[in-house]
Design a protein. Structure first.
Length: 151
């Protein structure tokens, strides 16, 4: 009997550890260094939401946004979807279907490799994308971190 109680206790502890991981992954939203847009994180996230969802086209007059998404099921895109866009996958799909029907707009181009995202963002003033924060530390001088978020 005593062993059953111990087993039950250990099982509960293991379930709690794996159900709620104590580790987290940090991500960085990167922009071209010439993009001087700034503000509080909440305001920056709202701006990114509008740009990503193509509800707005420009960062500011004369600076057109260029979005580089990550693959649909990648950890970067999933974290971005939840923590920046504040959406789930089905809601995002519905958004793009509706936008395609109304205006012909399509989702942003998906880029698989992080170094490619960094290189493309470095080339265009209005560009942005999401990369793991650990890889953002190795950014070239043409890219800066606009804000970070944790998954």
């Amino acid at each position: 009997m005593r062993h059953d109680g111990v087993r039950l206790g250990l099982s509960l502890i293991l379930m709690m550890c794996f159900a709620h991981p104590t580790w987290a992954t940090d991500y960085a939203l990167i922009v071209n260094v010439e993009n001087d847009f700034a503000g509080e994180t909440h305001d920056l996230k709202l701006k990114i939401q509008r740009l990503y969802l193509k509800q707005q086209r420009n960062w500011q007059p004369g600076v057109k946004a260029k979005v580089f998404a990550r693959p649909e099921h990648s950890p970067e895109q999933q974290a971005f979807l939840i923590h920046v866009l504040d959406m789930n996958h089905s809601r995002l799909i519905a958004h793009w279907l509706s936008l395609k029907q109304k205006t012909g707009e399509t989702p942003p181009r998906s880029i698989k490799r992080t170094p490619t995202v960094i290189r493309l963002v470095a080339k265009k003033v209005g560009a942005f994308g999401v990369v793991p924060a650990t890889e953002a530390l190795a950014l070239n001088s043409r890219v800066r971190v606009l804000f970070r978020f944790t998954d």
